[in-house]
Design a protein around this ligand. Structure first.
Ligand code: NAP
Length: 334
């Protein structure tokens, strides 16, 4: 039986990746910052909580990382733990940069010191690029525009450097935005759906948003974690861009959700205070390399994803009000 370590298992991708690896017969060990008050809602939602071993590990402490790697001697390690919000990174640049870089460095140092044969995946991001020539591919220039992007760019370069310098199987998945019901409430798409449902139910009056004329390349999380797994099944470690290949404006997303729920658009208020200090205006990628080498396929439009997200949220809010949690909603959709 293969063993996989997943840091960030309490996040959106951590839960879906754990589900995927369990279905392939892996022993899954999830790392959390503390075993007290674990936010394991995603694992509960997917009904896999009891199948995953949860272990506390402070990734900023090299000795703890060494102890964990020695104890579980994993075949694969997926590093998904990160302060993952671009907006929050402008408010907490030091914490974001410290954690997102030091955690990766410690894991790779531990692998180097222990000299173990583990395949390492780093959750890199399209935010490492900033304003650049579109579509983005693996060769695009790294030029981040936010503290989050800077932290992920450094982590990305560290991961490549440990591969080149020490021959470690370490690679980065350069993922573009991807969503699911398990997305945290403060991310754009989830926030808009939740607020729109509240407006529909008369529990809220308006939706306040920042710059909604920016465009992003959005996808479906359960399909994107398949690419992470595939990256660690190759003969040689490489970087791969994982994206839908199309960008859509935040305004179009709002329009679609409001129309779906039959809410007038005058409930949307633009608030200049919610604008970011620097912002990527448009970004989309080209995942031809992943399609060719990993055989990863993706052909879902973001409107199809939005249909699933809105319906899943509506179903769950009805079931929650009846005191019934997590029913059919976790089933695979595409
Ligand atoms: P997420 O839902 O925000 O989950 C982040 C995970 O990191 C959580 O398990 C969280 O643990 C953990 N974490 C955050 N700060 C930590 C800290 N200081 N110490 C220990 N653990 C910490 O993120 P996601 O959407 O699953 O994304 C997974 C990874 O892919 C992240 O690295 C993210 O930056 C990257 N990524 C995501 C996207 C996307 O669109 N989703 C796109 C590109 C890259 P707690 O539960 O304890 O907070």
């Amino acid at each position: 039986m293969k063993t996989a370590l997943i840091s960030g298992i309490t996040g959106q991708d951590g839960a879906y990746l754990a589900q995927l690896l369990l279905s392939k017969g892996y022993r899954v060990v999830g790392l959390v910052r503390s075993t007290q008050n674990i936010k394991d809602i995603g694992l509960e939602y997917l009904q896999i909580r009891t199948q995953v071993r949860i272990v506390a590990c402070d990734l900023t402490d090299l000795s703890q990382v060494i102890t964990i790697l020695r104890k579980y001697s994993p075949n694969e390690m997926y590093n998904l733990a990160a302060q993952s919000s671009v907006s929050l990174s402008f408010q907490q640049p030091i914490g974001t940069i410290q954690f997102n870089i030091l955690s990766v460095l410690n894991i790779l140092e531990a692998i180097r010191i222990l000299n173990i044969n583990v395949k390492f995946y780093q959750a890199s991001s399209s935010e490492i690029f900033g304003a650049t020539v579109l579509p983005i591919n693996e060769e695009s220039m790294i030029k981040p525009l936010s503290p989050y992007g800077i932290s992920k760019a450094a982590a990305h370069l560290i991961t490549k450097n440990y591969r080149e310098a020490y021959g470690i199987y370490s690679c980065c998945g350069i993922l573009f935005n991807h969503e699911s019901y398990l997305r945290s409430n403060d991310f754009f798409v989830k926030k808009v759906i939740l607020e729109a449902i509240k407006i529909k139910n008369g529990e809220s009056k308006v939706l306040k948003v920042g710059n909604i004329d920016v465009k992003r390349d959005f996808g479906w999380s359960p399909k994107y974690v398949e690419a992470m797994y595939l990256m660690l099944q190759q003969q040689k470690p490489e970087e791969f861009v994982i994206c839908s290949g199309y960008s859509i404006s935040l305004r179009s997303i709002i329009n679609y959700i409001f129309e779906f729920l039959d809410i007038p658009l005058d409930k949307v208020i633009i608030d200049q205070k919610l604008y970011r200090p620097t912002e990527i205006t448009d970004i989309y990628g080209d995942s031809s390399k992943a399609k060719e080498i990993l055989n990863w396929d993706y052909s879902i439009t973001f409107y199809e994803v939005l249909n699933v997200l809105i319906n899943e949220e509506l179903n769950n809010s009805e079931d929650k009000s009846k005191g019934k949690l997590f029913p059919e909603a976790a089933k695979e959709r595409f």
